[in-house]
Design a protein around this ligand. Structure first.
Ligand code: MN
Length: 717
């Protein structure tokens, strides 16, 4: 434990302007106030705040932070008031102590791990000043270091869990790698004692069996460097049990297969030396492919830079090597605290919003090296984006979340009624991805009308589930409506009335609760109207010829400009429709819909041979047509294309295919698929799938192809 003068001297060593008297006063004050108290280990309580201060001294934090660290538990755990702190130590210290005290007071139920994200958010929002967070982390570090002396096992587990879920994550985001790793390893040991134990035993065994090769390898690498005139500090270490365990889980491999359990670090003076050192390593040792990463030429967005490589190193051991300069090392180990010591005070913000924004930026940029970079996906809350409601409430979402996720995060009714969004005061598309610090205002209407499209760009489970639920309910309505229409049409053809209560006797047989369920089933295509009706009206019959007659009587071969838009008359809006793969109908063709079980409506060309298969089920046929009511503008804006299939026979000679594709392109169409059917006697027979806007367009393409000298024949399939 540091004495009063040792502590003051240490701070003075890196900060000449530090107020030594105030530091000494704080030390003495903490000593006095905690005088009677003991830690659970039986040691005097004051050891704790002094240790916390020491951690921060190692980060070269400013004297204000050190003083606050010494006093951090006085308000919560002793008779001291915040007022007193303010009077004796001033406003700045009081603010920091108050921040830490508030954080300590938040109760955290670790059994509800769902709340971990919220809690983190809360910690952030309450910290106000990044120094509060750093004091809190140093506080937690010391509590972890002394965790074994906590008597209650359940309390130990709770603290370890909380540390893993909250503080490790926060430390990681701030790039406090050393602190993070230490907390993580202690927590791992408490939470998974068996795994920890077996890893430790295994590591020991290896160490004893193979001898501890680390010093030898370090010596070899040192020699390699000095022969080549590179000044370098080299250190080697075993990875921690926790990081090995994580790697094993991530890569789903066993301990035996995990060879690179030792990692070495070469720290040199200049960037040039880094590459020179790399050159030496590469010349001497075989490199393991796929492991080389140059974060110096391309630093991580967070500023982390280093060279990573893996080689079969000295003693034939597979090792991992990181090469970096001292400055890079400082940032890699101490993250935001490293920045701190370089530009002191730069993170003090006036308003909470400004501070939080700043912290979010830091969190974006801050990093810890190694595992974190490679394992971000394993992290529970590593990928979040924080946004604000217009009232300033914080909403945290996964990164890549869009405005629609935000809407559903606020409330599902807001999501369902959402029609637009303003981000930072500007109208933006709902699919817009949110960025940290965005202020998001959802514009709603009175009616609920989520679009199935939304599901494509919603990323949160909550939004996706809500959209799906809404669509499902809406679909049922559609199926019910369609089912009724089908039933009515079928009955009407035989001069019969549609009466829902007629079908009550069938409910038991079909195991449904209501006639509506039954009729919706007809709409969905689970049952046919025919099978339902003939059980109530056994006299009803239909034939293929009568249906075909009625369809063919339709006068319209669409002559007007057909709409390219996917709009078909005779369907319920938003009903799922599919274009048949057999006949590739395009707008302008005469078409018919066939209800397909559980799928929706399949659209066939009326000339399609496949339709004969449905001859016995007239109730599945629905009368539809292309919608030519759309305005000119709608038609022209529409870029939707349809696939049509042509059988083309052309001369099998060089350049023929080229000419075919140029002609198609000239006709403003596009070939999306080609299959060779036959190649003989100097001819090539192809099945060509084309993208066209409508029947007229297709006609045009066919005409142009026919004028092409190498083409023998063109037929639509
Ligand atoms: Mn404490």
């Amino acid at each position: 434990m540091l004495s009063e003068s040792e502590l003051a001297n240490k701070v003075k060593a890196y900060d000449k302007n530090a107020d030594e008297a105030a530091l000494r006063r704080a030390y003495a004050f903490a000593n006095k106030m905690h005088h009677e108290q003991k830690r659970e280990s039986g040691e005097p309580y004051v050891i704790h705040p002094i240790n916390v201060a020491e951690t921060l001294i190692n980060y070269h934090m400013d004297a204000t932070s050190i003083i606050a660290a010494l006093l951090h538990d006085t308000v919560e755990d002793t008779s001291t008031s915040l007022e007193e702190i303010r009077n004796i130590f001033g406003e700045d210290v009081a603010k920091l102590v108050d921040g830490v005290t508030k954080l300590t007071r938040i109760e955290w139920n670790s059994d509800k791990s769902k709340q971990a994200g919220n809690f983190q958010k809360l910690v952030l929002a309450m910290s106000q000043d990044i120094r509060v967070l750093l004091i809190k982390l140093a506080d937690r570090l010391h509590n972890m270091r002394t965790l074994t002396s906590v008597h209650s096992e359940s309390k130990r587990i709770r603290i370890a869990k909380e540390t893993m879920e909250i503080y490790v994550q926060l430390a990681e985001r701030l790039g406090l790698h050393a602190l993070k790793t230490e907390m993580e390893d202690i927590a791992f040991r408490i939470l998974h004692p068996d795994v920890y134990e077996s890893l430790a035993v295994r590591l020991n065994f290896l160490r004893e069996n193979a001898g501890n090769l680390i010093p030898d390898i370090v010596a070899d690498l040192k020699k390699d460097m000095s022969i080549n005139g590179i000044k370098a500090e080299i250190s080697g270490r075993e990875k921690t049990p926790y990081s090995i365990w994580r790697k094993m889980q991530k890569q789903n491999i066993t301990f035996e297969e995990l060879c690179d359990i030792v990692a070495f670090r070469i720290i040199v003076d200049t960037v040039g030396d880094c590459y020179q050192a790399l050159g030496v390593i590469n010349t001497k040792y075989p490199m393991i492919p796929g492991r080389y990463k140059d974060y110096i030429s391309t630093p991580k967005p967070n500023g982390y830079s280093s060279i990573h490589t893996s080689v079969i190193g000295p003693k034939n051991r597979r090792i991992e090597i990181q090469i970096r300069t001292k400055e890079m090392h400082e940032v890699a180990e101490n993250g935001v605290a490293a920045h701190w010591s370089y530009k002191q005070g730069s993170y003090e913000g006036s308003s909470q919003f400004k501070w939080l924004r700043g912290l979010l930026d830091i969190m974006e940029q801050a990093s810890s090296p190694e595992e974190f970079l490679d394992n971000t996906k394993m992290e529970m809350y590593a990928d979040q984006v924080f946004c604000f409601t217009p009232k300033g409430d914080l909403v945290s979402l996964p990164t890549s979340a869009t405005a629609i996720d935000f809407a559903y995060a606020v409330h599902s009714s807001v999501g369902n009624r959402c029609i637009g969004v303003k981000i930072n005061g500007r109208i933006k598309p709902l699919r817009t991805m949110l960025a940290n610090g965005d202020q998001v205002e959802i514009i709603t209407s009175k009616v609920q009308n989520p679009s199935p499209e939304w599901e494509r760009f919603a990323v949160t489970g909550k939004a996706r589930a809500a959209i799906r639920r809404f669509i499902r309910n809406q679909k049922r309505e559609q199926y019910l409506e369609l089912g009724r229409q089908i039933m009515q049409k079928d009955l009407k053809a035989s001069g019969k009335e549609y009466n829902e209560k007629d079908y009550v006797p069938l409910l038991g047989k079909y195991k449904v609760d209501t006639v509506e369920d039954l009729i919706a089933g007809v709409g969905e295509g689970i049952y046919t109207a025919h099978e339902i009706i003939i059980q109530i009206h056994p006299d009803m019959k239909s034939t293929m010829s009568t249906i075909m007659e009625s369809f063919k009587k339709r006068t319209t071969r669409i002559k007007k400009k057909p709409a390219g838009r996917l709009q078909i008359k005779g369907l319920i809006p938003n009903m799922a429709i599919y274009f048949a793969g057999c006949c590739h109908p395009v707008p302008g063709d005469r078409i018919v819909g066939i209800i397909t079980t559980g799928k929706g409506v399949t659209i066939h060309n009326l000339a399609c041979k496949t339709l004969e298969k449905f001859a016995a089920e007239p109730e599945r046929w629905i009368d539809i047509d292309w919608n030519d009511d759309l305005t000119q503008a709608e038609t022209e804006n529409e870029e939707k294309t349809y696939t049509a299939r042509l059988n083309i026979v052309l001369l099998d000679k060089p350049g023929a295919l080229g000419l075919l594709s140029t002609t198609v392109a000239k006709a403003k169409s596009n070939i999306c698929n080609v299959n060779t059917v036959n190649r003989s006697f100097g001819f090539l027979e192809l099945l060509v799938d084309l993208e066209v806007k409508n029947a007229e367009h297709l006609e045009n393409v066919i005409d142009m192809l026919r004028t092409c000298p190498v083409i023998n024949s063109v037929k639509r399939i």
